[in-house]
Every structure is written in C-alpha cells, then in structure tokens.
Write a protein that binds this ligand. Structure first.
Ligand code: DIR
Ligand code: MN
Ligand code: MN
Ligand code: MN
Length: 314
C-alpha cells in the first residue's frame, strides 16, 4: 500500500503561535520511520507546503488572514490531488484545521464520490457571520459544502475554491463544543453527528459503523478522515490550541482508525491542531505520540503484532 506525506506549517487559521511547528516536530519524532515499519507500506515524503507570508489586504468581516489561508489551501489542494493521482493515500500533517479546505478540495477533485468523517471536539462549520472568534479554523466545513455557499459573502482570493462537496456526505465524531448556529446547520441538514454523548451510548465502534452506514450504505466510496487532535480528551492530547475535557480516549481513536483502515477505502487523512509550543515537555511528547499512534492505526499498524512475511528472515 502506497502513502504520500505532506506537511503544512500553517497557523494563521487561529490565534496561537506554534501549530505551524507540528510537521517538523512530527518528522523529528520519527513520523516517516515509524510509518515505514508498518508491514507492506511504501512511504513517500512530498515535503512541506510553502505557506508564504505576504498578505494582500482584503475586506471581509470577521475572517482573519483570509488571503494567507486561501494561498496555502490552493497549493495544498493541488498537492493532495497529485498524491492521489500518484495512487497514494494522502496523509496531511497540519497546521491548524483551516487546511481542511485544501485537503478536501483536492480530494474531491480526484474522487467526487468521497465521504468525509470530521473527528473533532468542534464542528468547524461557522461562517464569518456566525463565528465568535473570526478564526478560519472554525469555518472549513462551511467553506467546503455547497449547501452553505449562499450564506457567505463574496470572498476575495478564494475564486479557485468552488464548493462542490455535499453536506450529505459529511459525518462527525467526537463533538462536545458546538456553537448555536453550528448546531442549527447540523440539524437542518441532518448531518450524522456522533457527539460524545452518542459515543457514550453506542461506543466508538458502533458510532463509526453507523456513520459509515449512513453515508455509504453500499460500502464503496472513498473515505477522507479529517482528524483534529482536540477530538482526544485534553488529558491525552494537551498540546493543542482549544483543548476540551471529556473527549475520546486514545484507545477509542485507535479503534476508530482501525475500523476505517479495515474498510480498505481510506484515501486521505489529515492530522491537525497539534501545537508543540503549548504545555510542558511531557505534554508535548504525549500529544505528538498520540498523533503518531492515531496515524499508524489508520495506516494498518496491528496491535496484535505482525509475523515476518518470510520465515527465512530468521
Ligand atoms: C469555535 C472553536 N467554534 C470557533 N473552534 C475550534 O472558533 O469557531 N475548532 N477550536 O477547532
Ligand atoms: Mn477542528
Ligand atoms: Mn477542534
Ligand atoms: Mn464559539
């Protein structure tokens, strides 16, 4: 199985310094080497997106750094599409969650029948009118789905991104901090949203199976998982910008990813919002290790262990 890795050292979709350091921190913590140890994986590193720093002035209310967000996502979308066309699973290491615009846009351009599982404490479906923060990492889903396109003003610099993905192909897992208008959108469009109380009721295994069953009853569609590290409980992943207690355990996240892997249809995965600059050294190590563990589960690492393919390896 072939995998392509992209780093996105981008943090202007939110306000805290440090989430842009995550790709370098993940690489120096053995990202590539650890993935290469998974049986049968062929890893190719496509390097980091050049995120740029020059920002042309634009006039959009309550939407910070739109031109930088746009520029980074345009490049990222092309890179994701290239990796998929190379026949590889696209693994994107953020960066804040505003980069989900580029990964999903790029994936959709190659597989327009894709389904999207957004694993997050937050729904990230604010528009600039409903957001309390003005941070674009709380808006990527609303930018992506065609059903919400009329709720946006004209967005200068974003002409390259035409929302075509349907909200009918979206599901959530892990929600526990959802703004009022985000909840309205989820209810209006009947998005399968397994918030933490639903994970309590069904368990993580049935929760992900239900989402997959609702979005793709035939079980044939390409899957994109956008994994915000803050979906994990703040005790499991403390080094993140907007931690929320009461989240998924690492074991639940591993199990979720193992189930997605077992479909054989995972085509793209984003790992976002790890901020190595937040917390102490123990927090930092714990958060990066949690991220690596989640990725490995998604890409086929077996907790049971894997026997050698050829006994003469002895
Ligand atoms: C909040 C927080 N709903 C916002 N969103 C976060 O800013 O729109 N997303 N932290 O990951
Ligand atoms: Mn998010
Ligand atoms: Mn989040
Ligand atoms: Mn809010």
């Amino acid at each position: 199985k072939k995998v392509g890795i992209i780093g996105v050292p981008f943090e202007k979709g939110q306000k805290k310094y440090g989430v842009s350091v995550a790709p370098a921190a993940m690489r120096s913590s053995g990202l590539i080497e650890q993935l290469e140890e998974i049986d049968g994986l062929d890893i190719k590193d496509y390097g980091d997106i050049d995120v740029g720093s020059f920002e042309e002035p634009v006039n959009v209310d309550n939407m910070a750094h739109l031109p930088l967000v746009s520029d980074c996502n345009r490049k990222l979308s092309e890179r994701v599409a290239k990796i998929l066309k190379d026949g590889r699973v696209a693994v994107t290491i953020g960066g804040d969650h505003s980069i989900g615009v580029g990964t999903v846009d790029g994936h959709y351009s190659v597989n327009n029948d894709m389904i999207l599982i957004w694993v997050d404490a937050h729904a990230d479906i604010n528009t600039n009118k409903t957001s309390d923060s003005g941070s674009v990492h709380g808006m990527p889903v609303a930018l992506l789905v065609k059903e919400l396109s009329d709720y946006w003003p004209y967005l200068p610099t974003m002409d390259w991104q035409v929302p075509k993905f349907s909200i009918k192909n979206l599901g959530y897992i892990g929600l526990r901090s959802v703004d009022k208008y985000e909840r309205l959108a989820i209810e209006k469009y009947n998005v399968p949203a397994f918030a933490m109380e639903d994970v309590e009721e069904y368990g993580i295994k049935k929760s992900i199976h239900h989402v997959l069953q609702i979005l793709d009853p035939e079980g044939t569609k390409p899957i994109h998982v956008s994994f915000d590290i803050d979906s994990l409980d703040a005790l499991e992943a403390p080094s993140t910008g907007t931690p929320v207690r009461g989240g998924l355990s690492l074991r639940e996240a591993i199990n979720l990813m193992e189930i997605v892997h077992s479909t054989g249809r995972l085509r793209a995965i984003d790992l976002v919002e790890i901020n190595p600059a937040l917390g102490n050294e123990v927090d930092r190590r714990r958060t990066i290790e949690a991220g690596l563990t989640v990725l490995k589960a998604a890409l086929g690492f077996s907790r049971r262990g894997t026997a050698p393919r050829n006994i003469s390896d002895l």
